[in-house]
Design a protein around this ligand. Sequence first.
Ligand code: CA
Length: 226
Amino acid sequence: MAQLLLIEDDPTVRAALMRTLAERGHALTSAATGMNGLRMAVDERPDLVILDLGLPDLDGYEVIRMLRAVSSVPLIVATARDDEDEIARVLDAGADDYLVKPFRAVQLEARVRAVLRRQRGEEDDLAPIAVGELRLDPRSREVTLSGAPLDLRPKEFDLLYYLAVRRGQVVSKRELLTQVWQTPYGGADKTVDVHLSWLRNKLGESAQEPRYIRAVRGVGVKLVEP
Ligand code: CA
């Protein structure tokens, strides 16, 4: 069962959706305005928000933007227009999925289940990773080597985790800059080299005598089981 928040100003639509979703075992609260909806999304921390774009007080896109500024709660948007540009705008603004009105409550319920399943799947991806004697826990951001904790800086952890998820695959320094440092432009490969050197140091190895971190000349670097 999930706790859902429905933001919809039309009382008939709201009552119908709430009835169907409740029948399917969801717990629901609702708001008739964007401001109330935002407040409830923050106060009640629902598992998922369903948002009607056409609200009396705020533009629907404003609601999405304001919600996304404070919360990553899964969001399904109900839009009145079946138009590609509109749907692209909704998704770009931060919605996880959308439905075009009119829709049946069972369709909405199917979307709710799909979005929640996807969300839970992503959380499962945060499982600890082991490579040889190295163990990384992305939730606690703790790393141990042969059971002994390693003291890594945030970026060192991010770099090691990125490589660990892709263990055995060569990753280019450009990709590391883009993905770990999120600097697609003008980043220096030296940043990556310096962090790799610190990591090697903490893993008790060196570029000359690598164990976990292997350079592939002219291509990049990979994390392997020694
Ligand atoms: Ca409306």
